[in-house]
Design a protein around this ligand. Sequence first.
Ligand code: GAL
Length: 450
Amino acid sequence: MASALSGASSTLDSSADSSWNPEGASFPKSFAWGASTAAYQVEGGWDADGKGPSVWDTFTHQGGDRVFKNQTGVEYYDKMIDSLLANDVTPVVTLYHFDLPQCLEDQGGWRSGAMVEAFDSYAQFCFRTFGDRVKLWITINEPYVMAELGYEEGMMAPGIKELGTGAYLAAHNMIKAHAAAWHTYDRLFRKTQGGLVSIALNSDWAEPFDPNSVADQEAAKRHVAFCLDWFAAPIFLNGDYPAIMKSQISAMCKRQGSPSLRLPEFTEEEKMMIKGTADFFSLNYYTSRKIKHRDNTHSPPSMSADKEAEQVTEPSWPVATGSSWLAVVPWGLRRLLKYIKDTYNHPIIYITENGFSQSDPAALDDTQRWEYFRLTLLEILKAIYIDGVQLKGYFVWSLLDNFEWTCGYRSRFGLFHVDFENPALPRAPYKSAIEYAKVIANNGLMKSHG
Ligand code: GAL
């Protein structure tokens, strides 16, 4: 299996950058095309068939999820995996995408070290049950989002607001849980099942607000360090948090007179356990930011204050109509890919989420949105052929319009439109779906000749 994903991509000389036109280029052979969804956002049936409530059921006040110890859940996913394979679609399975069972949250959720073992045994169950057919695994989706929005700012489920400590603690346990699951796969299943395991990391790309200001340049680095490197450095490099993050938080703690470092520390044994626990790099990219240094010496403790970096809106960047946070910056993706290549030892990368939302009601003719996808694919071709990034796949978020967390059904990310007013939930392809299908068929933006 590994061999199907490895192998260097051919590279053009970077001096060719300005003259080379990626428009007519094909993607590498066996490039993986896909579209992503997440259980909670598309499945419905929150209390069906013995499924217990998740933190999102509680957060959205519905009252009341999932697979583990639930035979109907197992049968549901068995059927889904089998039918994907029967239709020549390779499943890439994420074990946890924001919907932690409420019963685990009630015991402290990701703030509790007990989650490491609980997650590991759940992962082991899934590897054993589905691993004969699933060869690409993601343990945790976007630990950054869960940590920051779920346990620090409380804007997403479980809605915990513990500024300055919540995100660091939740992230600490998620990294350990991921590493434990990777080792379980490595020890018990890799030999017989031959699959690969990673963790999906989201990140913005960050540009200094004033490219000539050293303070802004450093702030832009911190923006990426506090998001991507926070997880990628321990997992892909040395088992520990990035130096820039540790020194920044330590300086802030001192200035705030905090008696202890708010960022938990890994023991030497834990560092050894965490280091090298990803078989490929799974990246979710949506947007880029202009970043300016901001002195937060006197601010109360919070992760956002620790960063001393302020996001500045760049008026020339178009914004997706369905998500005010989503400035569309396709070239930011190329820079981020190059950064990952250079920082994380040239890993094999899959883009496991990328997309643009429309507001509701959304027209089936989403010409503008397809143009964003097209520009993104051109930047990806440059990343592959000019920068030599080992990018092996690209998955659109999302296959279908779905429940976009706190935005509900108003923010439409689907390749397929869903009529949520109609109980039969009829679907219809947006223009983007039709164009994307052509790209997949041609393995490129233009019909290949010969
Ligand atoms: C990601 C998340 C997805 C989806 C997407 C669009 O952060 O993993 O579930 O909501 O953003 O906002």
